[in-house]
Design a binder for this molecule. Structure first.
Ligand code: HAM
Length: 421
């Protein structure tokens, strides 16, 4: 019969790899807690309108990459392609802004985009991200970027990443800039790709991050958005740069950085990594002061970022290849069928007291069970044979030095806790 395999662009995360995920997740939880951010979890699918309105109907993510279907009651539903819109929906739905003027949230979850799979690009992938609501001040940018920086440093990645920073100004500034770009590119219309010709009308800013050689050379002479900043845009962005310098986070200004989602305003940023090839964006984000209002909430400033966890793990592995699965503390060898229940009872007590204990499930021979204990690199084996059963004891063997000791079953927890102290 034909084997059923994973769908294109999706991957199993096998037991040999889960320790890396646990490590990354524990770093995320730890750093976010240090900054006072609380975890939020939202559903995997949402009403399609959330992404049409939130992310923008013309963006690649929404127009080309969403997994959308009509439910039995004719509602259009979509597997979430990103999490900012979902978090904003939840923020409005649960009136989180009434609980505190500042809401600081983070998340870890899987997302779905129907992209062409390649290294660092899947159709189901995982992101962690943070979103902060309520502050329009530049210190909020500094805090959000500092969280990203701390996580990157803890993952050992600070040397191979670059923080690219830009401001795409306020809405008024972008309206004028869009018009300037239209005027600049119009005489070159025939030189532009089909996608860019379409973008010239809808969102000419996206032509700036084109990967097409000819367009890259055209863009070099295009007007710069900084020429259109209002006084406030300019001073806000300057303050962001000063904050980052003050807290010691290195960055470069990339005036072509515009990001592919429609909700951004003012500061945008990306961390790129040399280890990732063409999909080099490991983390991206920015300010989205109009999004809460656009999705039906009160006008509320917001800013955040999200990072591709698979991309993080690729970059970590390039630099620090050792992630070890924790070996068991104890391998329990039971040699007598009548002792299996007792061995499980003792093993569970040990686990309740914090020890990692493995029991044989195949009723194998003593030799085979010893082999397994060595293979798993257990520190101790406990043996329950006929004599031990009769005497209510267990035989303990230290696999590091071969020392053996007979211990009363009722004293076993005490014995191990004395070893610890
Ligand atoms: P994004 O740039 O679309 O932003 O995605 C953020 C990160 O997710 C990327 O930098 C990349 O590491 C990862 N990523 C994106 N697509 C894929 C894929 N197909 N396979 C693997 N990794 C991928 C957002 O999603 C915004 N919601 C970020 C944000 C939060 N802005 C403000 N708050």
């Amino acid at each position: 019969m034909k084997q059923i395999r994973t769908v294109k662009g999706t991957h199993d995360i096998l037991p040999k790899d889960t320790p890396k995920w646990h490590l990354l997740e524990s770093i995320i939880h730890d750093v976010c807690a240090k900054f006072g951010y609380k975890e939020i979890r939202t559903p995997i699918f949402e009403n399609t309108n959330l992404f049409l309105r939130g992310v923008g109907a013309e963006t690649d993510i929404v127009s080309k990459e969403m997994y959308t279907w009509e439910d039995k009651d004719s509602t259009s539903l979509t597997l979430r392609p990103e999490l900012t819109a979902s978090v904003v929906r939840s923020y409005i739905q649960h009136s989180l802004g009434n609980q505190s003027p500042i809401q600081k949230l983070y998340y870890i979850g899987s997302l779905f985009r129907r992209e062409r799979p390649q290294k660092g690009r899947q159709r189901q992938f995982h992101q962690f991200g943070v979103e902060a609501f309520g502050s329009g001040f530049p210190e909020q940018e500094a805090e959000i970027i500092a969280i990203a920086w701390h996580i990157l440093v803890k993952c050992g990645l600070s040397k191979q990443i670059t923080l690219e920073l830009n401001s795409i100004g306020s809405q008024k500034c972008r309206l004028q800039y869009r018009q300037a770009l239209r005027e600049f590119f119009s005489p070159h219309l025939t030189e532009l790709s089909e996608t860019s010709q379409k973008r010239l009308n809808d969102n000419p800013l996206r032509i700036l991050d084109s990967k097409n050689e000819l367009e890259i050379s055209l863009v070099k002479d295009a007007p710069k958005i900084s020429e259109y900043y209002s006084k406030e845009d300019d001073s806000h962005f300057n303050d962001v740069k000063i904050f980052l310098k003050e807290i010691g986070i290195p960055f470069i200004i990339n005036s072509r950085l515009v990001r592919g989602l429609d909700y951004y305003t003012k500061t945008v940023f990306e961390f790129t990594s040399v280890d990732l090839g063409s999909q080099n964006a490991i983390l991206g984000g920015g300010r989205y002061d109009g999004l809460v209002e656009k999705l039906g909430g009160k006008p509320t400033p917001g800013i955040g970022f999200a990072a591709g966890m698979e991309r993080f793990l690729i970059a970590i592995e390039e630099n620090k290849p050792k992630f070890e699965i924790q070996p068991p503390d104890i391998y329990f060898i039971c040699l007598d069928e009548s002792g299996i229940k007792i061995s499980h009872k003792i093993a569970n007590k040990l686990r309740e007291n914090g020890y990692r204990v493995i029991c044989d499930m195949l009723r194998k021979s003593m030799k085979a069970q010893f082999r397994e204990a060595n293979k798993l690199a257990a520190k101790y084996v406990l043996i329950l044979g006929e004599d031990e059963l009769k005497n209510h004891t267990v035989e303990l063997k230290n696999l590091d030095n071969g020392n053996q000791k007979n211990i009363k079953q009722k004293n076993i927890i005490e014995f191990f806790s004395n070893l610890k102290n």
